[in-house]
Write a protein that binds this ligand. Structure first.
Ligand code: ADP
Length: 662
């Protein structure tokens, strides 16, 4: 057993940096974190044995700067670098730079990375090894006319993909010929912006496929095995949000076939280290190669759960020349595991990524549940990096048990201060189609629908908890009055009143203390008898009409987040004497988030229809269209291509019909 690696640098951030450190600690390897200015306060920096500042927030100037990272490794004496996923993980030049500096790169060979980095080259290579690929055009001639001709040959619908792609960026489904020119231009622009390479592939678009991928792992002596499959069909924007192993769509026979194909693909490029061969599986049980990810995947924990292996430990072992130490026959698939990715994003706004400060982070410790989190209370989630906050992974003896555990973990998890997809994930895990394993890559789009409205019972309880919390805070803030009952009035008609706002709604509550921690509340037409129980840390017990439950309350300035029964909402306290309201720019079309203006489609004097694209912005490496909210005349355009704008910045002013009519 070699013990070459005593100290390892992690060229990454967030949850994956912490995940890698956990294994290093287990193995007795010292860790070095690298961090940008934006990440100084993040847990992964503090948890590393040493940490090196590598530059300002934009990743091009920090996490993607090869020299800076190599230099940090040399200065700290790290013998190895683990790239995590994203950033430099699939950058062959980085792997080479490590080798030149005499540093072990924890990953595959630069040549394997290079050949799989181009979807075009990868397809050709694996097709030669008899792995089924999707029919399509992967030629070097990128003339739009050639792409159009090839698309017609394949027949619509087709899918345009960035050859250098990843994370669903630069992909466009094209159903008819006349959509092609715009789609080619958009996909190319996104590909150039994200990968610096605008080359596109044209593929037959497979309707309603499942995404099934095979984990492979090999050593430098030629041993290569697969660690079964992961199903990742629950996606939005071509990006996974729930992953599981095993796939409910595979039987032993198909599993063996796909495993074989993955190994053939790996052998074709003499693969070592951990990698993933991605396939799509159609309704007939035919599968087609998508790509090889030459790194550790976000969703690797579900494979760890069903195999009992630590993939990071194996990566480190094979990187320092050790043998795998097991063969395919030694591996057993046991139980089931499901992972959910918690993102700072708004499912009600097309999964628009968000940012903000995490003011509450609370995970329940539950049987079979693992939390791989990048944040903690107090963390800032900025706009510079991927908005994934954490992965929650549950395992069980079968799929049903794993799902139930994950659901429970997500329902009890409290994350306040920013909008997340937590409740959306719970709804997926409750969906009859998901529970039946009847999913495809369109599941979210086709079946998830809108979130149900809040029930009256939830609202009553949430509002009462907020009101009683506020009252207790007031009592504590006025200690000399503490002995007297806040909200207490002699006259039964003189009620305390408090008002909360949620989205567009305002909710007024009136209540009176009856003594002995009992209250009478009036909400709308309803009268409720409430008993106030203990308040501890961030939760308060309340009994409403004879049913007691605990409500989590997080108070910050004029915002109060309440969570119970798995649902959380943040109310704004409506001041009794409202501030003069800020200036309102009538009919303004504003930036939904901070970002860069890519294209301006209108100019002053244009008439537009509701829904017409006014401006295209890029934020979080994705393009977003800002559309006209109503039909009308554009009177002013305040931005031009290339501008950097803040959230809510006014981009375009339109003559507002309603205002004009006033
Ligand atoms: P990326 O590298 O950007 O993640 P992939 O090639 O891995 O792109 O594809 C991502 C997802 O897009 C897949 O999981 C699948 O849902 C969908 N997809 C890719 N190619 C096709 C295709 N030809 N037909 C239908 N869906 C596809």
């Amino acid at each position: 057993m070699g013990e070459k690696i005593q100290k390892l640098l992690i060229a990454n951030r967030g949850e994956i940096a912490r995940r890698i450190m956990r294994t290093c600690r287990d193995l007795g390897i010292a860790t070095v974190a690298v961090f940008s200015d934006a990440d100084e306060g993040m847990p992964f920096v503090r948890e590393a044995d040493e940490a090196v500042r590598i530059g300002p927030a934009p990743s091009q100037e920090s996490y993607l700067k090869i020299e800076g990272i190599i230099d940090a490794a040399k200065r700290t004496g790290a013998e190895a670098i683990h790239p995590g996923y994203g950033f430099l993980a699939e950058n062959a030049a980085f792997a080479e730079a490590c080798a030149e500096a005499g540093i072990i790169f924890v990953g595959p060979s630069p040549s394997a990375i290079r050949s799989m980095g181009s979807k075009r080259e990868a397809k050709a290579l694996v097709a030669a090894a008899n792995v089924p690929v999707i029919p399509g055009y992967d030629g070097a001639d990128q003339n739009p006319e050639i792409l159009a001709k090839e698309a017609k040959k394949i027949d619509f619908p087709v899918l345009l993909k960035a050859s250098a792609g990843g994370g669903g960026k630069g992909m466009r489904i094209v159903r008819t010929e006349d959509e092609l020119p715009d789609a080619i231009a958009g996909a190319r622009r996104e590909a150039e912006g994200s990968f610096g390479d605008g080359a596109l592939l044209v593929e037959k678009y497979i309707e309603r496929p499942r995404h099934v991928e095979i984990q492979i792992i090999g050593d430098q002596k030629g041993a290569l095995v697969h660690l079964f499959e992961r199903e990742c069909s629950v996606q939005r924007r071509y990006q996974k949000i729930i992953e599981e192993a095993p796939s409910p769509a595979l039987n032993e026979e198909l599993r063996a076939k796909m495993g074989q194909a993955a190994i053939a693909a790996g052998q074709a490029i003499a693969y070592y280290g951990a990698g993933t061969v991605e396939f799509i599986l159609d309704a007939n049980g035919d599968f087609f190669f998508l790509e090889v990810n030459t790194r550790l995947q976000v969703e690797h924990p579900v494979t760890e759960c069903i195999t009992g292996l630590d993939l990071v430990a194996i990566q480190i072992a094979v990187a320092q020349g050790e043998s795998l130490g097991f063969a395919q026959e030694d591996l057993r698939l046991q139980g089931a595991a499901v992972e959910a990715r918690l993102y700072a994003e708004d499912p009600d706004q097309g999964f628009l990524p968000g940012s903000g400060g995490v003011i509450d982070w609370h995970c329940e410790s539950l049987e079979g549940v693992r939390y791989d989190a990048g944040v903690e209370a107090g963390s800032e989630v900025g706009i510079h990096y991927d908005p994934m906050l954490a992965k929650i992974i549950a395992s069980g003896s079968d799929r049903g048990e794993a799902i139930r555990r994950l659901r429970s973990a997500l329902r009890h998890l409290s994350v306040q201060g920013l909008v997340t997809n937590r409740e959306f994930l719970v709804r997926v895990l409750e969906h009859p189609r998901f529970i039946a394993g009847d999913i495809d890559t369109h599941f979210v789009q086709d079946s998830m629908g809108e979130a149900p409205a809040l029930s009256e019972a939830w609202l009553d309880r949430g509002l009462i908890a907020a009101a009683l919390w506020a009252e207790a805070e007031r009592r504590e803030a006025r200690p000399f009055l503490g002995a007297s009952l806040a909200g207490y009035r002699n006259s039964r008609f003189a009620l305390e009143s408090v008002e909360f706002a949620l989205a567009e709604e305002e909710y007024g509550l009136r209540y009176v203390a009856l003594g002995d921690e009992r209250y009478r509340f009036v909400i709308g037409e309803r009268e409720l008898v409430v008993r106030r129980g203990a308040r501890s840390g961030r939760s308060i017990d309340i009994e409403v009409d004879g049913i007691r439950s605990s409500v989590r309350v997080v108070w910050e300035a004029d915002q109060v987040a309440v969570q119970h029964d798995g649902i959380a909402r943040t109310f704004t306290i409506v001041p009794r004497f409202p501030d003069a309201s800020g200036e309102d720019v009538g009919g303004g079309c504003t930036a939904p988030m901070p970002g860069k203006i890519v294209e301006v489609r209108v100019e002053a004097g244009n008439r537009v229809e509701a829904g017409d694209t006014l401006v295209i912005m890029e934020a979080m490496k994705m393009e977003h269209s800002v559309v006209a909210p109503h039909e009308g005349l554009v009177t002013e355009v305040r931005v031009s291509a290339g501008d950097q704008v803040d959230a809510d910045a006014v981009l375009v002013i339109m003559e507002d019909e309603e205002a004009a009519a006033d």
